[in-house]
Design a protein around this ligand. Structure first.
Ligand code: AMP
Ligand code: MG
Length: 320
Protein backbone atom coordinates (compact mmCIF):
# COMPACT_ATOMS: atom_id res chain seq x y z
CA UNK A 1 0.00 0.00 0.00
CA UNK A 2 1.18 3.50 -0.81
CA UNK A 3 1.39 6.08 1.96
CA UNK A 4 -1.46 8.58 1.79
CA UNK A 5 -1.27 12.11 3.15
CA UNK A 6 -0.56 15.76 2.58
CA UNK A 7 3.16 15.77 3.40
CA UNK A 8 4.70 18.04 0.77
CA UNK A 9 8.24 17.60 2.09
CA UNK A 10 7.94 13.85 1.75
CA UNK A 11 6.52 14.21 -1.76
CA UNK A 12 9.32 16.58 -2.77
CA UNK A 13 12.03 14.31 -1.35
CA UNK A 14 10.67 11.24 -3.11
CA UNK A 15 10.42 13.10 -6.43
CA UNK A 16 13.92 14.56 -6.02
CA UNK A 17 15.41 11.09 -5.63
CA UNK A 18 13.64 9.82 -8.77
CA UNK A 19 10.67 8.07 -7.14
CA UNK A 20 7.07 8.51 -8.28
CA UNK A 21 4.28 10.23 -6.34
CA UNK A 22 0.60 10.41 -7.24
CA UNK A 23 -0.57 14.02 -7.22
CA UNK A 24 -4.01 15.60 -7.13
CA UNK A 25 -5.07 18.04 -9.83
CA UNK A 26 -8.45 19.57 -10.62
CA UNK A 27 -8.84 17.21 -13.61
CA UNK A 28 -7.71 13.74 -12.49
CA UNK A 29 -4.92 12.31 -10.30
CA UNK A 30 -1.50 12.23 -11.96
CA UNK A 31 1.37 9.77 -11.63
CA UNK A 32 4.24 12.22 -11.26
CA UNK A 33 7.98 11.91 -11.68
CA UNK A 34 10.90 14.26 -12.35
CA UNK A 35 10.54 14.97 -16.08
CA UNK A 36 14.27 15.69 -16.42
CA UNK A 37 15.27 12.33 -14.94
CA UNK A 38 15.03 9.66 -17.65
CA UNK A 39 14.90 6.82 -15.12
CA UNK A 40 11.97 8.43 -13.32
CA UNK A 41 10.18 8.94 -16.64
CA UNK A 42 10.87 5.32 -17.64
CA UNK A 43 9.34 4.11 -14.39
CA UNK A 44 6.17 6.14 -15.10
CA UNK A 45 5.74 4.19 -18.35
CA UNK A 46 6.56 0.90 -16.63
CA UNK A 47 4.24 1.49 -13.65
CA UNK A 48 1.30 2.37 -15.92
CA UNK A 49 2.22 -0.27 -18.53
CA UNK A 50 1.90 2.62 -20.92
CA UNK A 51 3.35 2.19 -24.40
CA UNK A 52 6.30 4.48 -24.98
CA UNK A 53 4.62 6.02 -28.05
CA UNK A 54 2.11 7.80 -25.76
CA UNK A 55 3.72 11.11 -24.68
CA UNK A 56 3.45 12.63 -21.20
CA UNK A 57 2.26 16.05 -20.05
CA UNK A 58 4.67 18.32 -18.14
CA UNK A 59 3.32 20.05 -15.05
CA UNK A 60 4.77 23.23 -13.63
CA UNK A 61 3.64 26.32 -11.75
CA UNK A 62 4.54 29.40 -13.80
CA UNK A 63 4.80 30.66 -17.34
CA UNK A 64 8.35 31.76 -16.46
CA UNK A 65 9.34 28.15 -15.82
CA UNK A 66 7.60 27.04 -19.04
CA UNK A 67 9.94 29.32 -21.01
CA UNK A 68 12.81 27.23 -19.67
CA UNK A 69 11.47 24.07 -21.32
CA UNK A 70 10.18 25.35 -24.66
CA UNK A 71 11.70 27.14 -27.65
CA UNK A 72 8.99 29.77 -27.87
CA UNK A 73 5.62 30.72 -26.47
CA UNK A 74 3.46 31.80 -29.45
CA UNK A 75 1.33 34.91 -28.82
CA UNK A 76 -1.97 33.00 -28.99
CA UNK A 77 -0.68 30.37 -26.59
CA UNK A 78 0.32 33.11 -24.17
CA UNK A 79 -3.12 34.64 -24.45
CA UNK A 80 -4.74 31.34 -23.51
CA UNK A 81 -2.24 30.63 -20.75
CA UNK A 82 -2.80 34.08 -19.22
CA UNK A 83 -6.52 33.49 -19.19
CA UNK A 84 -6.82 29.81 -18.23
CA UNK A 85 -3.71 28.83 -16.24
CA UNK A 86 -3.73 27.45 -13.65
CA UNK A 87 -6.48 25.32 -15.14
CA UNK A 88 -7.58 22.27 -17.15
CA UNK A 89 -5.79 23.27 -20.35
CA UNK A 90 -2.69 21.63 -21.87
CA UNK A 91 -0.75 23.49 -24.55
CA UNK A 92 1.74 21.97 -27.00
CA UNK A 93 5.02 23.84 -27.55
CA UNK A 94 8.24 23.17 -29.48
CA UNK A 95 10.47 21.60 -26.89
CA UNK A 96 14.01 22.43 -25.78
CA UNK A 97 16.50 19.59 -25.81
CA UNK A 98 16.69 19.40 -22.01
CA UNK A 99 13.30 17.68 -22.08
CA UNK A 100 14.09 13.97 -22.61
CA UNK A 101 12.77 12.43 -25.83
CA UNK A 102 11.15 9.71 -23.74
CA UNK A 103 8.75 12.32 -22.27
CA UNK A 104 7.51 13.34 -25.70
CA UNK A 105 7.77 9.92 -27.39
CA UNK A 106 10.32 11.42 -29.76
CA UNK A 107 8.06 14.28 -30.88
CA UNK A 108 9.56 17.75 -31.16
CA UNK A 109 6.63 19.22 -29.23
CA UNK A 110 6.00 18.96 -25.52
CA UNK A 111 2.64 19.18 -23.76
CA UNK A 112 2.59 21.55 -20.76
CA UNK A 113 0.04 22.48 -18.13
CA UNK A 114 -0.21 24.46 -14.91
CA UNK A 115 -2.74 22.50 -12.85
CA UNK A 116 -5.13 24.24 -10.51
CA UNK A 117 -4.83 22.44 -7.22
CA UNK A 118 -3.41 24.22 -4.14
CA UNK A 119 -1.44 21.24 -2.82
CA UNK A 120 0.13 20.41 -6.16
CA UNK A 121 0.84 24.06 -6.95
CA UNK A 122 2.74 24.32 -3.66
CA UNK A 123 4.65 21.16 -4.48
CA UNK A 124 5.52 22.48 -7.95
CA UNK A 125 6.71 25.79 -6.47
CA UNK A 126 9.07 23.93 -4.16
CA UNK A 127 10.94 22.01 -6.89
CA UNK A 128 13.19 23.19 -9.68
CA UNK A 129 12.20 20.55 -12.21
CA UNK A 130 8.91 19.98 -14.05
CA UNK A 131 6.82 16.91 -13.27
CA UNK A 132 5.84 14.52 -16.01
CA UNK A 133 2.43 13.25 -14.94
CA UNK A 134 0.02 11.14 -16.95
CA UNK A 135 -3.16 9.99 -15.28
CA UNK A 136 -2.46 7.67 -12.33
CA UNK A 137 -4.15 4.55 -13.70
CA UNK A 138 -3.01 1.48 -15.59
CA UNK A 139 -2.94 2.25 -19.30
CA UNK A 140 -6.33 1.86 -20.97
CA UNK A 141 -8.43 2.20 -17.84
CA UNK A 142 -10.50 5.23 -16.78
CA UNK A 143 -8.58 7.95 -14.97
CA UNK A 144 -8.65 8.21 -11.17
CA UNK A 145 -10.55 11.08 -9.58
CA UNK A 146 -10.02 10.16 -5.90
CA UNK A 147 -6.92 9.05 -3.95
CA UNK A 148 -8.71 5.75 -3.30
CA UNK A 149 -8.94 5.07 -7.04
CA UNK A 150 -5.15 5.47 -7.21
CA UNK A 151 -4.59 3.31 -4.15
CA UNK A 152 -6.73 0.50 -5.58
CA UNK A 153 -4.85 0.26 -8.84
CA UNK A 154 -1.32 1.55 -8.24
CA UNK A 155 -1.00 1.38 -4.45
CA UNK A 156 1.34 -1.61 -4.62
CA UNK A 157 3.66 0.09 -7.11
CA UNK A 158 4.24 3.59 -5.73
CA UNK A 159 5.43 4.89 -2.35
CA UNK A 160 3.16 7.88 -1.82
CA UNK A 161 -0.14 9.46 -2.82
CA UNK A 162 -0.62 13.12 -2.09
CA UNK A 163 -4.18 13.36 -0.84
CA UNK A 164 -5.97 16.33 -2.36
CA UNK A 165 -9.50 14.96 -2.06
CA UNK A 166 -11.89 14.47 -4.96
CA UNK A 167 -11.01 16.09 -8.29
CA UNK A 168 -13.21 19.10 -8.98
CA UNK A 169 -13.39 18.81 -12.79
CA UNK A 170 -13.19 15.03 -13.18
CA UNK A 171 -12.14 14.68 -16.83
CA UNK A 172 -8.64 15.15 -18.25
CA UNK A 173 -7.38 18.47 -19.57
CA UNK A 174 -8.28 19.93 -22.94
CA UNK A 175 -5.23 19.72 -25.22
CA UNK A 176 -4.57 22.42 -27.82
CA UNK A 177 -1.89 22.70 -30.47
CA UNK A 178 -0.68 25.76 -32.38
CA UNK A 179 1.27 23.73 -34.94
CA UNK A 180 -1.15 24.53 -37.75
CA UNK A 181 -2.51 27.81 -39.00
CA UNK A 182 -5.69 27.37 -37.01
CA UNK A 183 -5.42 26.39 -33.34
CA UNK A 184 -6.39 22.72 -33.03
CA UNK A 185 -7.95 20.95 -30.08
CA UNK A 186 -6.46 17.44 -29.91
CA UNK A 187 -8.43 16.26 -26.90
CA UNK A 188 -11.66 17.61 -25.51
CA UNK A 189 -11.45 17.95 -21.77
CA UNK A 190 -11.96 20.00 -18.66
CA UNK A 191 -11.89 23.39 -20.38
CA UNK A 192 -14.91 23.90 -22.63
CA UNK A 193 -14.16 24.61 -26.28
CA UNK A 194 -16.66 27.46 -26.08
CA UNK A 195 -14.44 29.14 -23.45
CA UNK A 196 -11.37 28.79 -25.69
CA UNK A 197 -13.28 30.18 -28.67
CA UNK A 198 -14.27 33.25 -26.67
CA UNK A 199 -10.56 34.09 -26.58
CA UNK A 200 -9.27 32.75 -29.92
CA UNK A 201 -12.29 32.66 -32.18
CA UNK A 202 -13.05 29.45 -34.07
CA UNK A 203 -10.71 26.55 -33.39
CA UNK A 204 -10.40 23.23 -35.14
CA UNK A 205 -11.43 20.14 -33.21
CA UNK A 206 -9.59 16.97 -34.11
CA UNK A 207 -10.38 15.14 -30.97
CA UNK A 208 -11.81 11.81 -32.04
CA UNK A 209 -10.05 9.49 -34.39
CA UNK A 210 -9.58 5.77 -34.55
CA UNK A 211 -6.24 5.25 -36.18
CA UNK A 212 -2.70 6.61 -36.12
CA UNK A 213 -3.49 9.33 -33.61
CA UNK A 214 -1.12 12.24 -33.18
CA UNK A 215 -2.20 12.06 -29.58
CA UNK A 216 -2.71 8.54 -28.26
CA UNK A 217 -5.22 9.86 -25.72
CA UNK A 218 -7.26 9.87 -28.93
CA UNK A 219 -7.16 6.08 -29.27
CA UNK A 220 -10.73 4.93 -29.50
CA UNK A 221 -10.87 2.32 -26.79
CA UNK A 222 -8.56 4.22 -24.44
CA UNK A 223 -11.13 4.48 -21.68
CA UNK A 224 -12.80 1.10 -22.02
CA UNK A 225 -13.81 -0.42 -18.71
CA UNK A 226 -13.80 -4.18 -18.21
CA UNK A 227 -17.31 -5.03 -19.41
CA UNK A 228 -19.76 -4.48 -22.24
CA UNK A 229 -20.39 -0.77 -22.65
CA UNK A 230 -22.94 0.61 -25.10
CA UNK A 231 -23.56 4.27 -25.92
CA UNK A 232 -26.93 5.43 -27.24
CA UNK A 233 -28.07 8.87 -28.40
CA UNK A 234 -31.15 9.29 -26.24
CA UNK A 235 -33.83 7.58 -24.16
CA UNK A 236 -35.86 7.01 -27.36
CA UNK A 237 -33.09 4.77 -28.67
CA UNK A 238 -33.18 2.52 -25.60
CA UNK A 239 -34.17 -1.12 -26.10
CA UNK A 240 -34.00 -3.81 -23.42
CA UNK A 241 -30.92 -6.00 -23.84
CA UNK A 242 -31.31 -9.80 -23.82
CA UNK A 243 -29.54 -10.17 -20.50
CA UNK A 244 -31.42 -8.30 -17.78
CA UNK A 245 -28.23 -7.72 -15.75
CA UNK A 246 -27.69 -4.23 -17.12
CA UNK A 247 -27.27 -0.71 -15.77
CA UNK A 248 -28.26 2.49 -17.53
CA UNK A 249 -26.25 5.66 -17.11
CA UNK A 250 -28.58 8.62 -17.60
CA UNK A 251 -27.96 12.37 -17.51
CA UNK A 252 -30.69 14.07 -15.46
CA UNK A 253 -33.82 12.08 -16.23
CA UNK A 254 -34.86 8.49 -15.64
CA UNK A 255 -36.22 6.41 -18.51
CA UNK A 256 -39.84 5.68 -17.52
CA UNK A 257 -39.93 2.11 -18.88
CA UNK A 258 -36.76 0.99 -17.06
CA UNK A 259 -36.71 -0.09 -13.40
CA UNK A 260 -35.37 2.74 -11.29
CA UNK A 261 -32.86 0.54 -9.48
CA UNK A 262 -31.09 -0.18 -12.78
CA UNK A 263 -30.57 3.50 -13.52
CA UNK A 264 -27.72 5.73 -12.41
CA UNK A 265 -27.99 9.48 -12.80
CA UNK A 266 -24.87 11.46 -13.65
CA UNK A 267 -26.25 14.93 -13.02
CA UNK A 268 -29.49 15.23 -11.04
CA UNK A 269 -29.06 19.00 -11.23
CA UNK A 270 -28.85 18.93 -15.03
CA UNK A 271 -25.35 20.48 -15.14
CA UNK A 272 -22.83 18.99 -17.58
CA UNK A 273 -20.03 19.91 -15.14
CA UNK A 274 -21.65 17.69 -12.54
CA UNK A 275 -21.69 14.86 -15.10
CA UNK A 276 -17.97 15.38 -15.81
CA UNK A 277 -17.10 15.38 -12.14
CA UNK A 278 -18.89 12.12 -11.38
CA UNK A 279 -18.32 10.26 -14.65
CA UNK A 280 -15.21 8.19 -13.94
CA UNK A 281 -16.27 7.33 -10.38
CA UNK A 282 -19.60 6.13 -11.73
CA UNK A 283 -17.95 3.99 -14.43
CA UNK A 284 -15.62 2.46 -11.82
CA UNK A 285 -18.53 1.77 -9.49
CA UNK A 286 -20.55 0.03 -12.22
CA UNK A 287 -17.48 -1.82 -13.44
CA UNK A 288 -16.99 -3.24 -9.93
CA UNK A 289 -20.60 -4.47 -9.62
CA UNK A 290 -20.53 -8.20 -10.22
CA UNK A 291 -24.25 -8.31 -11.08
CA UNK A 292 -23.92 -5.71 -13.84
CA UNK A 293 -22.85 -7.33 -17.11
CA UNK A 294 -23.65 -4.49 -19.48
CA UNK A 295 -23.57 -0.72 -19.10
CA UNK A 296 -25.79 1.32 -21.40
CA UNK A 297 -24.97 5.02 -21.36
CA UNK A 298 -27.04 7.85 -22.78
CA UNK A 299 -25.27 10.80 -24.34
CA UNK A 300 -25.31 13.97 -22.29
CA UNK A 301 -26.02 17.41 -23.84
CA UNK A 302 -23.28 18.16 -26.39
CA UNK A 303 -22.26 21.53 -24.93
CA UNK A 304 -19.58 22.77 -22.55
CA UNK A 305 -17.97 19.88 -20.66
CA UNK A 306 -20.73 17.65 -22.04
CA UNK A 307 -18.58 17.31 -25.17
CA UNK A 308 -15.71 15.86 -23.14
CA UNK A 309 -18.13 13.58 -21.28
CA UNK A 310 -19.57 12.25 -24.56
CA UNK A 311 -16.05 11.81 -25.89
CA UNK A 312 -15.11 9.63 -22.89
CA UNK A 313 -18.37 7.67 -23.20
CA UNK A 314 -17.61 7.07 -26.87
CA UNK A 315 -14.16 5.77 -26.02
CA UNK A 316 -15.52 3.57 -23.24
CA UNK A 317 -17.96 2.05 -25.70
CA UNK A 318 -15.45 1.59 -28.50
CA UNK A 319 -14.49 -2.02 -29.08
CA UNK A 320 -11.22 -1.66 -30.93
P1 AMP B 1 -2.67 11.59 -19.93
O1 AMP B 1 -1.71 12.44 -19.20
O2 AMP B 1 -2.67 10.15 -19.52
O3 AMP B 1 -4.01 12.21 -19.95
O4 AMP B 1 -2.19 11.54 -21.43
C1 AMP B 1 -1.52 12.59 -22.01
C2 AMP B 1 -1.95 12.74 -23.43
O5 AMP B 1 -1.47 13.99 -23.90
C3 AMP B 1 -1.36 11.73 -24.37
O6 AMP B 1 -2.12 10.55 -24.42
C4 AMP B 1 -1.40 12.47 -25.68
O7 AMP B 1 -2.70 12.31 -26.23
C5 AMP B 1 -1.28 13.93 -25.29
N1 AMP B 1 0.06 14.49 -25.60
C6 AMP B 1 1.08 14.64 -24.77
N2 AMP B 1 2.15 15.17 -25.40
C7 AMP B 1 1.78 15.35 -26.68
C8 AMP B 1 2.45 15.85 -27.85
N3 AMP B 1 3.70 16.31 -27.81
N4 AMP B 1 1.75 15.87 -29.00
C9 AMP B 1 0.48 15.44 -29.04
N5 AMP B 1 -0.19 14.97 -27.99
C10 AMP B 1 0.44 14.91 -26.81
MG1 MG C 1 -4.46 8.78 -19.23
Amino acid sequence: MAGLGTDLVKARNLLSEGSLVAIPTETVYGLAGNALNVDAVASIFATKKRPSFDPLILHTDSLGKVSGFVLEVPALAKKLADKFWPGPLTILFKKKSLIPDLVTSGLDTVAVRIPNHPLTLNLLKSIDFPLAAPSANPFGYVSPTTPQHVQQQLGESIPYILDGGDCEVGVESTIISFEHEQPTVLRMGGLAIESIEEVLGKVQVQAYSSSAPAAPGMLKSHYAPGKSFVLIDSAEAFTFPENDQFAVLVFDQLIPSVPEESQYMLAPGGDVREAAKGLFGMIRMLDAKEEVKEIIALKVPEKGLGRAVNDRLRRASATE
